[in-house]
Design a protein around this ligand. Structure first.
Ligand code: B3K
Ligand code: ZN
Length: 854
C-alpha cells in the first residue's frame, strides 16, 4: 500500500508550485469545523501542469480556482491528496474542508484538549486541516480568522499579531491574526479556549517592547511564574550569546494537558504540554523546575534556529533540532552547574540514544529513508544531533562558532535549508575544512574508539595508539572514518595538562614529550565525542581521575567505570564479594568536600539500559541481580555513613537556590541506599510525611516503592488522596506505582482499571506504561515474558487511539539485540503479535517491520 512506501532523501525535488499567501478562516465547532483556505499559488516549474496537495482525514466541501467552483470531475481526490490540473501561472485557490476536532484522538492537526481547541502541525499535521503543500520548503504569509462561541472560547489565538476582532451572530466572536514572517505550514497554530492569562513584557536589546503571554487552565496562574521567568532569561541569553532578538510584538505560550510531545515552537504561539509550563514548590520537583526552564528555552531558541531559518525537507530535521538542543544545553549549563548538566546529557545519551543507535531503527542524524516522519523525532536526531553540533563547536572554537552562526543567518534568514548549508557556514566562517566532519550526518551507529598507551621511561614520552571502529549496521552501506575530537587530560604529580587530539584516520598515534613521570590519562574529557571507549585502566588510575582530574565530567565518568566494572564482574560471578576498593571509593566520595550535586551524580549507579548497552547476549535478569547485589552491599557496608551525610544535608526551610537543590539531591541518593538497611528504612516514611516540597516527597515515595517497604501502601494511598485533583502530580503517582516490585502485574492491572487512568491522555499513558517498560526492568524483562505481553497489549490498544504515542512506547521492545537468544525470542514474539493486527498504523508498521527483518 502506498501509505507504507518509504520516502528517500535522495529523491528530494524542489516544489513545482508554491503558496505565497494563505488566508484561513476557522468556524469552530466540536465535530463540524469548517475551514476555508484562500491561497495565492504560483507555478515555479513551468512544465508542471498538475498540482498535488496533501490532505488526510478531511471532508472536502468545495474547490474554486480564481472564483470558479470546480465540478467533481475536475479534480482527483484520494485518502491522502487532492490533485488539480492547472493552466495559470499565478492563481487564487479557495478550498473548504470540514474536520472533526473532537474525535481527533491522534492529537495531530486541530483537536480538543480538555475544553480547548488547539493544533499540532509538525511534522505533517497541517494536511489534517486543509489541502495544502504540506512541506517545509513552501513558505507562506498567513492571515488567520478564528470564529467561535464567545462565552466558551473567550480567547481566540493564532500566529503573529492580532489585527481585528468583532462579535458576530449567535453569541460568537471572530478574531483575525496576521503573521508577517513567511513560514512553512508545520509552524501554523491556532488555539481557542478559556484560560487564565499571565502577562508580562520584555524589552529587547534594541529597545523594542514585546508582550509576553502565558495561557494556563483556570486556577493555575500561580504555577506559570517560573515559566515566565524562564522565558525572559532565554530571551536575554540569546541576545547576549548570539545577538539574536525576538522579532514579533507578542510571544504567546499556551499550556494544554493533551499533547503528544513536550512542546511546539509555532511562530509567536507556542503550544506546550502543561508538564513543561506549570510548576510550584508543592507540585514540582527540582528536576521539573529545571525541565520547564529548558523546554521554554528550547522552544524560544527555535524562533531563530527552526523558524527564521527552517528545514528544506524533513530529512534535515537535525538542522533545527540538534542545533536547538545544543543551544538549550548551553543555556542550562550557563544557568546551573556546567558539570552536572553535562553528566545528565551524557547519561541520557548512553541510556537512550546508544541503544537506539544499535537497534533495528538505527538511523543517521540525517536519516535517508523515512516511512512515518513522526518516528524520527528521536534521541539520535535530537541528542546525538546536539553532540555533533557540540563537536563542531569544539573544533572551530567558541568565537568561530559564533561567527559561523552569524554567517548562517546572514546567508539563510527566511529560507529552508540543509544540514550541509549549516556546516558550510561554519567552515567558511572559520576557514576550517569540515568535509570529513560531514560523515557524522550520514553514518548511523555508535563508534568505538580503542586506545592503547605506552610510556617510555627513558625518554619520558607517552604514546597513545588510537583507532576508530564502526558497527556493521544494515542502514550503513559503507562505513567511513569520522573526524573525532578527543579532549584529554594528562594527570601527573606535577599537575595536569589538557590537549585536544583530532582522530581522522582509522588508526593514529599521538606522542607527548617531556613528561616528568607516567601520567594517568583521562580520555574524552567533557565527553568530547559521542563514542564508546575501550581503554584499559587500573582501578588505581580511575581513582586518581576521581580525585585529581580537573574535568569534573571525567571524575564522574571514572566513578561510573568502576561501578560498571563491578557490575560486569557480578554478572559473571554472582556470588563474588563486592570489591573492597570500590567500597572505599564510595566512602571517600561520600565524605569528600565539594559540590554535593556532583557527589549525588557520582553515587548513582548506572541504569539498566546503560549496562545492557555495553553487554552482548546478556540475560536481563542477570543485570538486575548484579545491580541489586551491588546496591545492597554498598548500602549495608556504608549504612552509617549514608545516614550521617543524609542528616547533615537535611534542610529546615525549603529553598530553590543551587546549594539547596544540590543538598536535596545528595540527601535523596543517601535515602535510597538507607532504605535497604533495616535500621534506617523508617527514615523513608518519616521524610515522606514531613516533606514540604515535591522533590523530597516523591523521592521518599519512589524509594518506598523500589525498596518495597512495609509503609508503601499507606504512603501511596496518602499521595493519591492528596493529589487526586492535580493531573500532573497524579502522572507522577502512576510513574512511581509502575515500578512496584511485588504482585506487579496484578497491581498494574488495577492501575489500568483505576478511574483516572486513560490511554487517551499521552502523559498518563506514558506515566504508567512508559515508566513500567523503562524503569522497572526486573518485571518488564521478567522470565515469563509477561512484561513484554503487557507492553504489547497496550501498544495494540493505542494503535487505534494515538499511533504516535504507541510507536514511541514500543521502543524498549524493539531494542532486543543486546540480550540472549531466549529473551530475544520472547520479545520478537510480542512484536509479531503487534505486526499481525488489523489496521496497523504506519507509525508502528515501520518499527515492527524493521524489528522483524533485523
Ligand atoms: N518541534 C517539536 C516537535 C514536533 C513533534 C512532531 N511529532 C518540538 C521541539 O523539538 O521543539
Ligand atoms: Zn525542538
Amino acid at each position: 500500500m502506498a501509505e507504507f512506501q518509504p520516502r528517500f532523501l535522495s529523491d528530494y525535488q524542489s516544489p513545482a508550485f508554491t503558496i505565497k499567501k494563505v488566508d484561513l478562516t476557522f468556524d469552530l465547532y466540536d465535530n463540524d469545523t469548517l475551514v476555508t483556505a484562500i491561497m495565492q499559488v504560483s507555478r515555479i516549474d513551468k512544465s508542471s501542469k498538475q498540482l498535488r496537495l496533501d490532505g488526510e482525514h478531511l471532508t472536502l466541501v468545495s474547490v474554486a480556482i480564481d472564483g470558479q467552483l470546480l465540478a467533481a470531475d475536475q479534480y482527483q481526490l484520494d485518502d491522502s491528496s487532492l490533485t488539480l490540473s492547472i493552466e495559470q501561472d499565478d492563481f487564487t485557490l479557495e478550498i473548504e474542508t470540514k474536520i472533526d476536532p473532537e474525535n481527533n484522538t491522534a492529537l495531530e492537526g486541530l483537536y480538543k484538549s480538555g475544553g480547548a481547541f488547539c493544533t499540532q502541525c509538525e511534522a505533517e499535521g497541517f494536511r489534517r486541516i486543509t489541502y495544502f503543500l504540506d512541506r517545509p520548503d513552501v513558505l507562506a504569509e498567513y492571515t488567520t480568522t478564528v470564529i467561535a462561541d464567545e462565552n466558551v472560547y473567550p480567547y481566540l489565538l493564532a500566529n503573529g499579531n492580532k489585527i481585528a476582532e468583532s462579535s458576530v451572530e449567535n453569541g460568537r466572536h471572530s478574531v483575525t491574526w496576521h503573521d508577517p514572517f513567511p513560514k512553512p505550514s508545520y509552524l501554523f497554530a491556532l488555539v481557542a479556549g478559556d484560560f487564565d492569562l499571565l502577562s508580562d513584557t520584555y524589552k529587547t536589546a534594541s529597545g523594542r517592547q514585546v508582550a509576553l503571554e502565558i495561557f494556563v487552565d483556570k486556577g493555575n496562574i500561580e504555577k506559570a511564574h517560573h515559566a515566565m521567568a524562564s522565558l525572559k532569561k532565554s530571551m536575554a541569553w540569546d541576545e547576549q550569546t548570539y545577538n539574536l532578538e525576538y522579532d514579533l510584538d507578542i510571544y504567546m505560550i499556551v499550556a494544554v494537558d493533551f499533547f503528544n510531545m513536550g512542546a511546539m515552537e509555532n511562530k509567536g504561539l507556542n503550544v506546550f504540554n502543561s508538564k513543561f509550563v506549570l510548576a510550584d514548590n508543592a507540585t514540582a520537583t527540582d528536576t521539573d523546575f529545571f525541565n520547564v526552564e529548558a523546554v521554554i528555552a528550547h522552544e524560544y531558541f527555535h524562533n531563530w534556529t527552526g523558524n527564521r531559518v527552517t528545514c528544506r525537507d524533513w530529512f534535515q530535521l537535525s538542522l533545527k533540532e540538534g542545533l536547538t538542543v545544543f543551544r538549550d544545553q548551553s543555556f542550562s549549563a550557563d544557568m546551573h552547574s556546567k558539570a552536572v548538566c553535562r553528566i545528565q546529557n551524557v547519561r541520557l545519551l548512553r541510556r537512550m540514544q546508544f541503544p537506539e543507535d544499535a537497534s533495528p531503527m538505527a538511523h543517521p542524524i540525517r536519516p535517508e529513508k523515512v516511512v512515518e516522519m513522526n518516528n524520527f523525532y528521536t534521541m539520535t536526531v535530537y541528542e546525538k544531533g546536539a553532540e555533533v553540533i557540540r563537536m563542531l563547536h569544539r573544533i572551530v572554537g567558541d568565537d568561530g562558532f559564533k561567527k559561523g552562526m552569524a554567517l548562517y543567518f546572514e546567508r539563510h534568514d527566511g529560507h529552508a535549508v540543509t544540514c550541509d548549508d549549516f556546516v558550510d557556514a561554519m567552515a567558511d566562517a572559520s576557514q576550517v575544512d569540515l568535509s570529513q566532519f560531514k560523515v557524522w550526518y550520514e553514518q548511523a551507529g555508535t563508534p568505538t574508539v580503542k586506545v592503547e598507551k605506552q610510556f617510555d621511561q627513558a625518554k619520558n614520552e607517552l604514546t597513545l595508539h588510537v583507532s576508530q571502529h564502526h558497527p556493521d549496521l544494515p542502514v550503513n552501506k559503507t562505513t567511513k572514518d569520522l573526524l573525532i575530537p578527543i579532549a584529554i587530560e594528562l594527570i601527573t604529580q606535577a599537575g595536569s595538562q589538557s590537549h585536544l587530539l583530532t582522530l581522522s584516520q582509522a588508526q593514529q598515534t599521538f606522542t607527548f614529550k617531556h613528561l616528568e613521570n607516567e601520567p594517568v590519562v583521562a580520555l574524552f574529557t567533557d565527553f568530547s565525542a559521542p563514542v564508546k571507549v575501550e581503554f584499559e585502566q587500573t582501578d588505581q588510575a580511575l581513582n586518581t581521575i576521581i580525585t585529581d582530574a580537573k574535568d569534573e565530567f571525567s571524575r564522574w565518568d571514572a566513578c561510573q567505570s568502576l561501578f560498571m566494572r563491578e557490575i560486569f564482574a557480578l554478572i559473571n560471578a554472582p556470588s563474588k564479594a563486592v570489591s573492597a576498593t570500590l567500597l572505599a571509593t564510595v566512602s571517600s566520595i561520600l565524605n569528600s568536600e565539594g559540590d554535593n550535586a556532583l557527589k549525588a551524580e557520582m553515587l548513582t549507579l548506572p541504569s539498566f539500559d546503560e549496562i545492557a548497552e555495553l553487554c552482548d547476549s546478556v540475560e536481563p535478569q542477570a543485570i538486575c541481580r548484579a545491580v541489586e547485589t551491588l546496591k545492597q552491599t554498598i548500602a549495608g557496608e556504608l549504612a552509617s555513613e549514608f545516614k550521617q551525610v543524609f542528616t547533615s544535608n537535611q534542610q529546615t526551610t525549603y529553598s530553590k537556590d543551587a546549594k539547596s537543590i544540590a543538598n536535596r539531591a545528595l540527601k535523596n541518593v543517601c535515602l535510597n541506599y538507607m532504605a535497604r538497611s533495616e535500621q534506617y528504612a523508617s527514615m523513608v516514611s518519616k521524610q515522606y510525611y514531613e516533606a514540604d516540597n515535591m522533590t523530597d516527597g516523591i523521592a521518599a515515595f519512589s524509594t518506598a516503592v523500589i525498596a518495597n517497604l512495609p509503609d508503601l501502601s499507606a504512603i501511596s494511598e496518602h499521595f493519591a488522596n492528596k493529589w487526586k485533583d492535580t493531573t500532573l502530580v497524579m502522572d507522577k503517582w502512576y510513574s512511581v506505582m509502575a515500578q512496584q516490585q511485588q504482585d506487579t502485574f496484578t497491581k498494574l492491572q488495577a492501575l489500568l482499571d483505576s478511574e483516572s487512568f486513560t490511554l487517551h491522555n499521552p502523559n498518563r499513558a506514558r506515566s504508567l506504561i512508559g515508566a513500567f517498560a523503562m524503569n522497572n526492568p526486573q518485571h518488564f524483562h521478567c522470565e515469563s515474558g509477561q512484561g513484554y505481553r503487557f507492553l504489547a497489549d497496550r501498544v495494540i490498544e493505542l494503535n487505534a487511539i494515538n499511533p504516535q504515542v504507541a510507536a514511541r512506547l514500543i521502543t524498549p521492545l524493539i531494542q532486543f539485540g543486546r540480550f540472549d537468544q531466549a529473551t530475544q525470542q520472547k520479545m520478537k514474539r510480542e512484536i509479531s503479535r503487534i505486526a499481525s493486527i488489523d489496521k496497523l498504523a504506519r507509525d508502528l508498521k515501520e518499527k515492527v517491520s524493521a524489528a522483524l527483518s533485523s
